[in-house]
Design a protein around this ligand. Structure first.
Ligand code: HEC
Length: 98
């Protein structure tokens, strides 16, 4: 019984590096003004595939809410001036057009 528990433990340890590598996968965002800001400000906490993944659901005001939520709720260190450029970029490249 103890051997099985130890086996499961080592199996989990072996899986850890794989989980880390996944978070670092390279996502290429569409070129445009503000892309560098998104890359430098939005990848600190989660993958950069969040904008493309959510592009079908978020309009310009949706992105505005989303970016403000990252700042207010999660403490993303983004200057107001940068936030505007980021919202413009996301709305133009990943907005649902609604
Ligand atoms: C300080 C950390 C942090 C930063 C910086 C950050 N986010 Fe997030 N973001 C989160 C957390 C925490 C969640 C919710 C948990 C999850 O889905 O990973 C989240 C979720 C999201 C979601 C999924 C929808 C939702 O509301 O849960 C989107 C889209 C998103 N972030 C976009 C962005 C964009 C765009 C930026 C750059 C302007 C950004 N994030 C920067 C922490 C951050």
């Amino acid at each position: 019984m103890g051997r099985i528990v130890a086996g499961v433990f080592w199996l989990l340890v072996a899986m850890l590096p794989a989980a880390g590598a996944q978070a670092q996968e390279n996502v290429t965002l569409k070129p445009g003004a503000g892309r560098d800001l998104v890359e430098s400000h939005c990848a600190a906490c989660h993958s950069l595939d969040y904008p493309p993944m959510n592009s079908r659901f978020l309009s310009r005001s949706g992105w505005e809410t989303e970016v403000n939520k990252m700042i207010a709720a999660y403490g993303a260190p983004i200057e107001p001036g940068d936030a505007k450029i980021i919202i413009d970029y996301l709305a133009a490249n990943y907005g649902s057009g609604k």
